[in-house]
Design a protein around this ligand. Structure first.
Ligand code: BJ8
Length: 419
């Protein structure tokens, strides 16, 4: 289908949308395409970005027109397997760029996390075809900002909100399991047919395979030199939220085959001995590449992301022990309940996971990345820094480019200390 026609069907503001895509092109060229020594397998992921609002959106429209649910989400707590099992499709809608701030400021407070403002901006300005192609969205009671913003956002697009407990005890797990069961019932109601045990098992295996491929990619970055840059790895992690999971997994495994060859040949994206950084903190939604770009253009390499656009999204697989629908739903709920997001209190698992990553990836330092006004991560940064096995640089930033030079100076000074 012709792209303009597709965007018109979805009711986008065509003129503003054209300007948005025009702005993305040079940014992508600067941060990605102009770089040398990228693996050939990145060509597929580049093609997805170059047509980011085209081919995949058309596929989702087809799914919607065939009567199956297309569902947008904002958090890795939403058990997407249930949506896929119902014959539907799930797409992550978090955005990493500021859009229509003057309109957003009329609805939301100024001092709010940029990630929340961004998805509002995309809706108010009618700029996101993924948002528009969705039947409805699924929110979650994670941070206060999101859960209160969903109450207002529901006026623009219907949102089903899942209740996420904030403590990891037995009672909370039981509450969460019930929430996952209720969500399955809701999706069955929307799609008009029950989810079979077989469909649910296949969906669990499908998403587990995608996680395994992402984990394979991430493990390859343990090597010195790493065979792929942090920027490219982040991009792949970002695209996992959009692309068809089956195709994405095949292409990613092909890329990993190539990266294994590189490792065998001792080839990397940077010289051996380059300073290695773990990024930790808030998710970096596409096209939020500011900090990774600054770090890697300052002579270091990012070897891992302790983030929801990174290992927090992929680390845990669903462990199936009982092949009944109830058993599968329980296994799903248990897997999602292990996520170590900063909205949990207390949250010692995050600290333990991060320390393990520092060891496994032989990192020299941690850059803790928090979005401005994100209380859970800005506050938890204190515990992350305290007693960390390597030096920590704490960054608080938003989606603007105004602090770019200031950040560059701080990152350069930090890398100097590590060296
Ligand atoms: S599981 S990190 S995706 S909640 S950055 S909106 S927390 S104020 S995105 Fe998140 Fe789920 Fe947790 Fe992951 Fe609020 Fe913080 Fe903004 Fe955030």
């Amino acid at each position: 289908m012709d792209r303009e026609e597709l965007w018109q069907i979805l009711g986008l503001d065509l003129e503003a949308h054209r300007r948005l895509l025009e702005a993305l092109g040079p940014l992508y060229e600067e941060i990605y395409l102009s770089r040398e020594n990228r693996p050939q397998g990145m060509a597929y992921f580049d093609s997805v970005v170059v047509d980011i609002h085209g081919a995949r959106v058309a596929e989702l429209l087809q799914i919607r027109e065939s009567g199956n649910p297309v569902v947008g989400t904002f958090c890795v707590f939403v058990p997407e397997e249930i949506i896929w099992a119902a014959g539907g499709a799930c797409v992550g809608l978090c955005a990493g760029v500021e859009v229509a701030p003057e309109r957003v400021d009329k609805v939301l407070p100024r001092n709010l996390c940029p990630l929340i403002k961004a998805f509002f901006g995309f809706k108010l300005a009618r700029l996101c075809p993924y948002m528009e192609v969705c039947h409805f969205l699924v929110g979650e009671t994670t941070c206060d900002g999101k859960k209160k913003a969903y109450e207002i956002f529901d006026r623009y697009k219907p949102i089903y909100v899942m209740q996420v407990p904030h403590k990891k005890d037995f009672a909370s797990l039981e509450l969460w399991i019930k929430g996952v069961r209720d969500f399955a019932l809701y999706i069955e109601g929307v799609s008009g047919k029950p989810i079979s045990t077989e469909d649910l098992r296949e969906a669990i295996e499908l998403i587990n395979r995608r996680r395994e491929a992402l984990n394979r990619l991430n493990r390859l970055r343990c090597h010195d030199p790493p065979p792929i840059s942090g920027r490219d790895a982040l991009l792949i992690n970002q695209l996992a939220f959009f692309d068809d999971p089956e195709r994405f997994t095949v292409r990613l495994n092909e890329l990993c085959d190539e990266l294994e060859e590189r490792v065998r040949a001792g080839e990397g994206v940077c010289p051996s001995g380059t300073t290695r950084i773990v990024l930790s903190g808030c998710p970096m939604a596409i096209p939020n590449w500011k900090v990774p770009y600054l770090v890697e253009s300052t002579g270091a390499v990012i070897v891992a992301e302790e983030s929801c656009v990174g290992t927090r999204h992929t680390r845990e697989l669903v462990q199936v022990s009982e092949n009944s629908k109830e058993g599968l739903l329980r296994a799903l709920a248990e897997r999602y309940f292990r996520i170590d997001c900063a909205i949990f209190t207390p949250n010692p698992e995050r600290r333990a996971n991060l320390d393990r990553m520092v060891r496994e990836f032989s990192a020299h330092g941690i850059i803790h990345y928090a979005l401005k006004f994100c209380d859970p991560y800005t506050i938890e940064a204190y515990q992350i820094e305290e007693g960390a096995p390597v030096p920590v640089l704490k960054i608080e930033t938003d989606y603007s480019q105004e602090d770019r030079e200031q950040l560059r100076t701080r990152i350069e000074a930090f890398l100097e200390i590590l060296r």
